[in-house]
Design a protein around this ligand. Structure first.
Ligand SMILES: Cc1ncc(COP(=O)(O)O)c(C=O)c1O
Length: 361
């Protein structure tokens, strides 16, 4: 596997920069800066003792917790080994001939489709529209398409799709027999997520599948835990047999169930991330960097001509900081970068390094 397709690869970065991986300040992966809640850590630790048994193949306790949290029946839920596994299972089960993705978007939608033998069509998000979806997406919703992946808020742009627009898309797709996968993995970081989540529409549309992850919001990417939801029984049953059993470890199941009892953690995160995102956004702007407004815990930005022909990722890595170059996103280029919103102390270190590179002191 190419090591440079995603952020979060502190392992390669540490080899390249000759710095221990624990010394790298990782702004390339978008993980909750408040860290793992203690209850989640403790539940994981306490469950290690059960590792000599197989995990519950049906993730019963976890499904019960998700069902209460999302207010949906347990049999609409498929827990997965990170949201990435769900993307591949969905694609391999539905076997689309042709799929549609926005460009840019999280690359695993496309990777899964290519791996399953599908052709991929792109709806290009335009910079002049702040990378927001426009009505011309309906020109792309054609009979030849079998599946559409939409990310809300989108990674790496941070833009949200309004609920009314989303429902129009789902409706148009339903008429044409197209499945719609909405990736809400970063929606918990957005203010007023209740106005954007499509979970309340699952009962109405059996062509709708929604993806969620514990990875980002509960800061447990190393545990691998996500889930998808659909009211379509055929899909949930199909996902169960579209990959190996025991896909979610007992540690991840216990951690996930504990996470969903964390009262106030998401609200606290939204407030903290929103303050820090504003801080970073203003600092980037003050340095003459074109930053795009975001509703998630990351910011996409573009280096303007005044920065010259600089490889900012390389420059920052020399200073022990890893950011995401967006050069391999379809419809972006090497002038675009994405940074995570981290703790204030960490964000200050990034700003200082950027100022040093820019020659602003
Ligand atoms: C939009 C989006 N969806 C899904 C995933 C996969 O998440 P997980 O780590 O839970 O597999 C990522 C990971 O970066 C992502 O950015």
């Amino acid at each position: 596997m190419s090591t440079d397709i995603h952020g979060a690869d502190i392992y390669t970065a540490s080899e390249k920069a000759g710095i221990g991986k624990d010394s790298i300040l990782d702004f390339s992966s978008n993980i909750n800066p408040l860290g793992i809640p203690d209850s989640v850590k403790n539940a994981a630790i306490n469950s290690i003792g059960q590792s000599s048994r197989y995990p519950d193949i049906n993730s019963r306790e976890l499904k019960k917790s998700i069902s209460v949290f999302e207010n949906i029946p347990e049999n609409w839920i498929f827990p997965s080994n990170g949201a990435a596994e769900a993307i591949f299972r969905i694609t391999f089960f539905l076997r689309p001939s042709r799929g549609l993705v926005t460009a840019p978007a999280f690359s695993e939608y496309e990777n899964a489709m290519v791996a399953a033998g599908a052709d991929v069509d792109y709806y290009c998000l335009k910079e002049e529209n702040d990378f927001k979806i426009q009505d011309d997406i309906f020109n792309k919703i054609q009979d030849c398409i079998d599946i559409i992946f939409l990310c809300n808020p989108n990674n790496p742009t941070g833009q949200l799709i309004e609920r009314a627009a989303m429902e129009k898309i789902i409706c148009a797709c339903k008429e044409k027999g197209i499945y719609v996968v909405i990736d809400e993995c970063f929606l918990d970081f957005s203010a007023h997520k209740e106005l954007y989540s499509m979970t309340g529409f699952l009962h109405k549309y059996d062509n709708l599948i929604i993806l969620k992850a514990f990875t980002k919001i509960y800061a447990i990417p190393g545990m691998r835990l996500g889930y998808c939801m659909s009211s379509n029984k055929r899909i949930i049953e199909g996902l169960n047999v579209s990959g190996p059993p025991w896909n979610v470890s007992s540690i991840a199941q216990a951690a996930g169930a504990a996470a969903l009892t964390e009262a106030g953690y998401i609200e606290k995160t939204v407030e903290y991330v929103s303050d820090q995102r504003r801080y970073l956004f203003d600092e980037l702007k003050a340095m003459g960097i074109k930053a795009y407004s975001s509703n998630a815990n990351y910011i996409l930005f573009r280096l303007t001509d005044t920065w010259g022909d600089i490889d900012l990722k390389e420059e920052l890595l020399k200073r022990g900081i890893l950011i995401r170059s967006c050069s391999n996103y379809v419809n972006l280029d090497s002038s675009y970068y994405r940074i995570a919103v981290k703790t204030h102390e960490e964000n200050k270190l990034l700003v200082m390094a950027l100022r040093e590179i820019a020659g602003i002191r």
